[in-house]
Design a protein around this ligand. Structure first.
Ligand SMILES: *[C@@H]1O[C@H](CO)[C@@H](O)[C@H](O)[C@H]1NC(C)=O
Length: 633
């Protein structure tokens, strides 16, 4: 473990800035930093630049070792920023409670800073990069006084793989440095892989709570009134300030792996997507891989590791959130999960909804904002039917079961290494990724959209992705039933450039010479009985029946689908319903029904949204798809 503290280097706490009669020259500091960073000149310059600006007391280059992680956790338990959970119940696991003003991703504080505003597009907050850098430099000035700056080298994807990329995060949060070890391949190995001139993505982060003039630290330092998560896609740089929560601070995730990577993929001819990846194996042992995009609250994590209800079928998880995809030499689209851990929403996760997630959480977790039981274990709404007595809520107060406030924050999280997943796919570490046979899109739609249908073509599938939406249901709001919220490709908050250009990039990927394109599907687990409002499809493990149909479609079976104006829909007997309880033939018919009137309204609605939002940036190919759908009725 390398603790490169300034004291141990016998130099003043000012790296580049103030020279307080230092016994060592700035060049000696530079030399020490360079040697700690493997003499990678650009990396040393990056570290020196921000260290000079932020003025930390010490610098720590993370090696990613278990010893280092243990030291981090012990240090945080000691200073009160982390609770050690009951070792007998939840080994090697910890709980952190955030500042109540810092509990989620902050979309209103998330920016895309590129030279031309049009390149950020209508769905992003654009800022001029020069102005934004000045704002950030102002905030970063001396923001790490009294703190350590952690240098966190990490690889997104298996180190050295053709789809993988390396990033280096700078942060003044030990919690973030520790979490990066759970979420990425972090430390010495990616640093060595960089060599002396390897390319890396810059991820700069500060919680924004300097400890000047003896100011005492707090358990969850942040600057809630000055949050910025800003991205410079033209420079492979993200800068974040003021938040220590989730994607605001673990910059490998949404900031790098989606916002910056989507722009890299556009430039370099690959895809960075908000998609889970799973492998599905039939009883004969044949295996296929599927990537799937769903907006939030559509059961993505549950689907990524579902337990099939059909005997002999197996589902294995490659990833639950992000897919990077590139065409391989054989023309197939290969995908990796760039992450190395799960950062999932805790409430609602149970042995009933997601047994494999629950089994992943037995040990080695960092929990944030869940409730703690009287015996030092964790709890959240939905975990068990009964609410345990004597809990401490996410704010650290005694939980009052009679109150209407939840014990765990609705966005409370678990952070856990993916190796803990009992159904982790054996090809998770495959350098070249896994070959994708099908791409699925889904939304939460009480009406209109059948359980599953297959696109006629790649471009039609791109239109499906662009039209992804969720509809508010009666249960959610009461009065604005029918309001449709569009979330193209489930990428709305995550596309780092103009989403019209993003659609065009998908279209262009489909024109790749020699490509063997995956088939595309739209699914909807949430269709409701128009009379009773009850969900018709049981969902969860039963979704494997839809996977089976998709498996068979991609395997060349053709007599299992009816051609409708909107695509191929399973014939009623093509869906395996053996052992599927509680669903009548009429309900099955309703689930698969394509209502021409509702669909014409649907197409008009998508057209109106896409045209009014993206204007001239809406690709001609998508306009053609819309027109031909309109004519097909
Ligand atoms: C859809 O829009 C077309 C014009 O593009 C219009 O003629 C038609 O009536 C609309 N259909 C529905 C069901 O709203």
């Amino acid at each position: 473990m390398l603790w490169l503290t300034l004291t141990s280097l016998n130099i003043t706490p000012s790296l580049v800035g103030r020279a307080l009669g230092s016994v060592r020259s700035a060049s000696a500091v530079s030399g020490a930093i360079q040697s700690a960073l493997g003499h990678h000149k650009a990396l040393a310059e990056y570290v020196e630049h921000y260290a000079g600006l932020c003025n930390p007391d010490a610098l720590h280059v993370c090696d990613g070792s278990e010893g280092e992680y243990t030291t981090f956790m012990e240090t945080m338990v000691e200073d009160g920023s982390m609770f050690k959970l009951n070792e007998a119940k939840r080994p090697n696991s910890y709980l952190a409670r955030s500042d109540p003003r810092d509990v989620a991703r902050s979309e209103e504080s998330t920016f895309i800073s590129c030279v031309n505003e049009e390149d950020a597009g209508p769905t992003n907050n654009w800022r001029d990069p020069v102005e934004m850098k000045a704002t950030m430099a102002n905030l970063y000035k001396d923001c790490m006084v009294g703190r350590t700056m952690f240098v966190v080298p990490f690889s997104m994807g298996p180190i050295g793989g053709p789809i993988s990329h390396i990033g280096v995060q700078l942060t003044d949060s030990m919690h973030v440095a520790a979490s990066m070890r759970l979420m990425t391949r972090m430390g010495k190995a990616p640093l060595e892989a960089l060599g002396t001139d390897g390319e890396f993505v810059k991820c700069m982060h500060s919680v924004g709570y300097p400890l000047a003039d003896g100011k005492a630290d707090v358990a969850w330092p942040c600057d809630p009134d000055n949050k910025y998560i800003t991205h410079y896609p033209e420079e492979n740089l993200a800068e974040s300030y003021g938040s220590g929560y989730g994607g605001n601070s673990l910059l490998g995730k949404k900031a790098f792996a989606l916002r910056l990577a989507s722009a890299m993929g556009k430039r370099e001819g690959w895809l960075a997507e908000h998609m889970l990846i799973l492998g599905v194996t039939n009883p004969e042992g044949k295996k296929k891989y599927v990537a799937a995009a769903f907006p939030s609250a559509c059961g993505k994590t549950n689907f990524a590791m579902l337990e099939p209800t059909m005997p002999g079928w197996k589902v294995e998880c490659v990833g639950d959130d992000i897919a990077w995809m590139k065409f391989g030499p054989d023309g197939k689209l290969y995908a990796i999960n760039p992450e190395n851990g799960f950062f999932g929403v805790a409430p609602g996760t149970s042995m009933g909804t997601n047994p494999n997630a629950m089994r992943s959480l037995d040990r080695d977790c960092i929990y944030t904002n869940v409730a703690m039981t009287a015996d030092g274990d964790v709890w959240w709404e939905g975990m068990t039917e009964e609410t345990p007595e004597g809990m401490t809520n996410w704010l650290g107060e005694p939980h009052n079961p009679a109150s209407n406030t939840p014990a765990a924050h609705p966005n409370s999280r678990f952070t856990v290494p993916i190796a803990n997943c009992p159904v982790l796919d054996p090809n998770f570490e495959a350098l070249e990724g896994v070959p994708i046979d099908a791409i699925m899109f889904g939304g939460r739609r009480p009406t209109t959209i059948p359980l599953v249908h297959e696109a006629f073509s790649w471009n039609h599938g791109v239109l499906m992705g662009a039209s992804v939406a969720s509809e508010k249901t009666a249960a959610a709001t009461g009065d604005d039933i029918g309001e449709i919220r569009h979330d193209p490709f489930a990428m709305l908050p995550f596309c780092g450039y103009n989403m019209g250009d993003y659609f065009q990039h998908w279209i262009d990927m489909g024109k790749t010479e020699g490509a063997k394109l995956p088939s595309m599907y739209l699914v909807n687990w949430f269709r409701q009985d128009p009379e009773t409002g009850k969900f018709i499809w049981p969902g969860f493990g039963e979704n494997s029946r839809v996977l089976k149909w998709i498996f068979e479609r991609t395997d060349g079976v053709t007599d299992n689908a009816a051609k409708t104006p909107i695509g191929y829909v399973p014939t009623p007997d093509a869906l395996d319903t053996d052992g599927l309880a509680g669903i009548t033939n009429d309900e099955l018919t309703e689930l698969l029904r394509v209502d021409p009137d509702a669909w014409q309204r649907e197409i008009n609605q998508s057209d109106e949204y896409l045209t009014s939002t993206f204007g001239p940036k809406l690709p001609a190919e998508l306009k053609n798809e819309i027109e031909s759908l309109k004519k097909s009725f």
